[in-house]
Design a protein around this ligand. Sequence first.
Ligand code: S3P
Length: 175
Amino acid sequence: MIIFLIGYMGAGKTTRGKQLASLLNYQFIDLDEYIENKYKTAIPILFQRIGESGFRLLEKKSLEELYALQNTIIATGGGAACFFNNIESMNSNGISIYLKLQPEQLARRLLQSKKKRPLIANKTPQQLISYIAQTLEHRKNFYEQAQLTIDAETDNNQKIIESLNQLKNSENRFG
Ligand code: S3P
């Protein structure tokens, strides 16, 4: 079983992913880190060299390489679910969980984060919040296709694991 964590930049996919992996005894993979290791290049440099569209192709290809894994949690980058048919293919290769937060919450977290994110580099706090609001409006159409949605600020890991178990039981019962 693979569990895919999806959601906007700053929603805590990597942090949550590591915690859930250790509670479930699963291996953890961060898709951005996998891409950086595979191409020996940092994400912002990839964006500079091949543009966002080039990055999306590598992201899709890398994601597909991981579908054969077992007992793995994959934290995807914020755009991964929103391009090509990635959300459909994640859903058919495992369980997807949307870590949901509001634009204000995301902006607050992103302003404190040290990770370099080319799409939001050099934005003022005001520009950041309107960029998030705009892009989330489009991206949520994809994020909302996840099989589970959690409130990334208030839901704890135990609650997520219970919801996952309920989902697995209902899938077993109904085929
Ligand atoms: C992106 C999110 C980033 C990274 C890249 C593009 C996006 O990952 O994949 O900078 O399009 O939202 P995080 O969601 O881990 O920041």
